[in-house]
Each structure stands twice: as structure tokens, then as C-alpha cells.
Design a protein around this ligand. Structure first.
Ligand code: KMH
Ligand code: ZN
Length: 302
């Protein structure tokens, strides 16, 4: 088995400050948690920005620039900037910071889908910031738009023009076929890094059978020319990524995907989740890949 790639998704755009005091939102917090996660063993940091005052997901270039150079200075980790942003942002907004920062890697979401987050809005009675409750309630009617034209644009503007490689986010089996379509068109070349995403309401469910099925179809479509990593939302995070590690796949943790460290217990930091999965994968006999090894495996520009 190859060394295992640990990605840590630091803050995302789904969870809100009322859900956890440990969710990093300011540039200082995002920097500190990213550096700690890298020191704990994350070779790849998946990054979104937030408005430092309100914690609202932000597409502003300045908000990204508040932490990107500082993380780069303090770690060797691969910086992977989201092009998914948040489902309420336009594609122009989602691409503004990645185009300016020219990262080695960025995410690419492989289909348009529902992206419902609303159950959390019913659980919290006191909101820290005004934007949070309507943001979550409106997700009940939210379309995360990623058409083939959007994807081709991201491939061109980030890949062809800026040399980035991709974390292909596949939330369902159909997204693997969409990715294969872009390989067929010659717009995407291996080795691919495919993130299987489980447990988003609107995507494939977090069942073990779905993981083996996604791998089966990816093997059929991409042969040996891909790495798969797994993320699972909420309480499914650790069980499903442990299964992926045992199968020879790669893993993603981070407060973007789950705020918890164990049942009913909030994670105090991203690094806490990295340390937990590191212990598990090392117990399974896997060796953790360094950022330099990740760059070789994934063919990154460095
Ligand atoms: N939030 C995850 C379910 C992106 O940033 O491009 C998927 C994600 C999307 O990470
Ligand atoms: Zn993300």
C-alpha cells in the first residue's frame, strides 16, 4: 500500500460560529490551526476564508491573503484552495482568490446538486451572528451549481492557465462518470486525486457499501491512474475514513467536515482530528505521507 495522504479541511463554509467555539474564522485562527494540523501530519490543507468579524464564508481575496502567505511561510504543506466556496457564491466570486493565489491544488466539484444543511438551524436557539440562521434555513432550497461549463472553466483557468492540480470532489457515482468525461475530452490527466464525499444531503449516503461501490466504479473508469480519498460529513467522518484507510485509500479530516472528535464531544482543533486519524492509520500499518511525498504522488508543481 502507498503512504497515506491526510488532508485537513480547516474551516469550510457549512458550519457556523454558533455551532462550535473552536471553528477558526479569523486569519490568526485559520493560520494557527492550519500550522498545527500540518505539524500533526496533514500533508494537504484544504482552505476556505471567512469574514473575520462575522465568521460568514467569504470570497474576498483579502480575507484569503490574511492567512495564505502566513501558512506558506510556516509549513511545507500543500495548500489546496476551494473553488466550491459556498453554494450561495457566484462562480466568479469562487474563482477570485484561487486565481490570485495560484495554489498548487484546488478543489473541483463534479456536479450540480442539492446541498441541504437545514437540520442545524432547528437545534440552535441562540445565534452569535445574524447571518447564520437564514443561511442555514435557506439551504433547504439551495442548488450548488457546478455545470459541465463551470467545470471546464475551472479546469482551464486554474489547471491549464495556472498549473494547479485538483481535488476532484465526487458526491455520487454519477460524478465519477462526469470526471471520466473530462478525461476523455483530454481536459484532465492522471494521476487523479478523487475525494469521495459521503453524507451530504443531496449526495450519496454514508454507507460502507457505497464506499466499496465508488471504488469499484473508479477502478473501472480510471484503472491504476488515480488516488481516492474519503471524507464523510458529521458523525460518519471517522468510521468511513477508517474504512478507507484500511482499504488502501486516503483520508480527509477537518472542522469543515465534522465539528466533533467523538460522540457528543466537540473537537478543540483541526489538529486533534489529524492526530486521531494518524493514530488509527498508523495502528493499521499505514505510513503517513509528507508534503514532499504528496507532491510527487500527485504530480504537483511544488
Ligand atoms: N464541503 C465539502 C462537502 C469545496 O470546497 O470545493 C466539499 C468541499 C467543496 O470541500
Ligand atoms: Zn471545502
Amino acid at each position: 500500500m502507498s503512504k497515506i495522504l491526510i488532508t485537513c479541511a480547516i474551516t469550510g463554509s457549512i458550519h457556523t460560529p454558533s455551532m462550535s467555539p473552536h471553528l477558526p474564522v479569523t486569519p490568526d485562527e485559520i493560520t494557527a490551526q492550519s500550522v498545527e494540523a500540518a505539524e500533526a501530519g496533514a500533508a494537504i490543507l484544504h482552505l476556505h476564508a471567512r469574514n473575520p468579524e462575522t465568521g460568514q464564508p467569504s470570497a474576498r481575496v483579502d480575507d484569503f491573503m490574511g492567512f495564505l502567505p502566513r501558512i506558506k511561510q510556516s509549513t511545507d504543506a500543500v495548500l489546496n484552495i476551494s473553488t466550491g466556496g459556498s453554494a450561495v457564491m457566484s462562480l466568479d466570486d469562487r474563482l477570485a482568490a484561487p486565481k490570485r493565489a495560484e495554489p498548487e491544488m484546488c478543489s473541483l466539484n463534479m456536479g450540480t446538486m442539492n446541498f441541504a444543511l437545514y437540520p442545524a438551524a432547528d437545534r440552535i436557539s441562540e445565534w452569535k451572528h445574524e447571518w447564520e440562521e437564514p443561511f442555514l434555513r435557506n439551504s433547504d432550497d439551495l442548488v450548488f451549481k457546478n455545470t459541465p461549463r463551470d467545470m471546464a472553466r475551472i479546469l482551464a483557468e486554474m489547471g491549464t492557465e495556472r498549473g494547479a492540480r485538483f481535488e476532484f470532489e465526487c458526491y455520487d457515482v454519477g460524478h465519477l462518470y462526469m470526471l471520466h468525461h473530462f478525461v476523455d475530452r483530454g481536459l484532465v490527466e492522471g494521476p487523479l486525486f478523487i475525494q469521495f464525499v459521503f453524507g451530504v444531503l443531496g449526495g450519496i449516503g454514508p454507507d460502507p457499501e457505497n464506499l466499496t461501490h465508488m471504488k469499484l466504479i473508479a477502478d473501472k473508469l480510471f484503472g491504476q491512474d488515480y488516488y481516492y480519498s474519503v471524507l464523510a460529513a458529521g458523525r460518519h467522518q471517522m468510521p468511513l475514513i477508517t474504512m478507507a484507510a484500511a482499504m488502501g485509500g486516503h483520508v480527509r479530516v477537518g472542522l469543515e467536515d465534522s465539528l466533533m472528535i467523538s460522540r457528543g464531544v466537540l473537537a478543540k482543533s483541526n489538529a486533534e482530528q489529524v492526530r486521531k486519524i494518524r493514530r488509527i492509520v498508523e495502528d493499521l500499518g499505514r505510513e503517513v505521507a509528507s508534503p514532499a511525498e504528496a507532491r510527487v504522488m500527485l504530480g504537483l508543481k511544488g
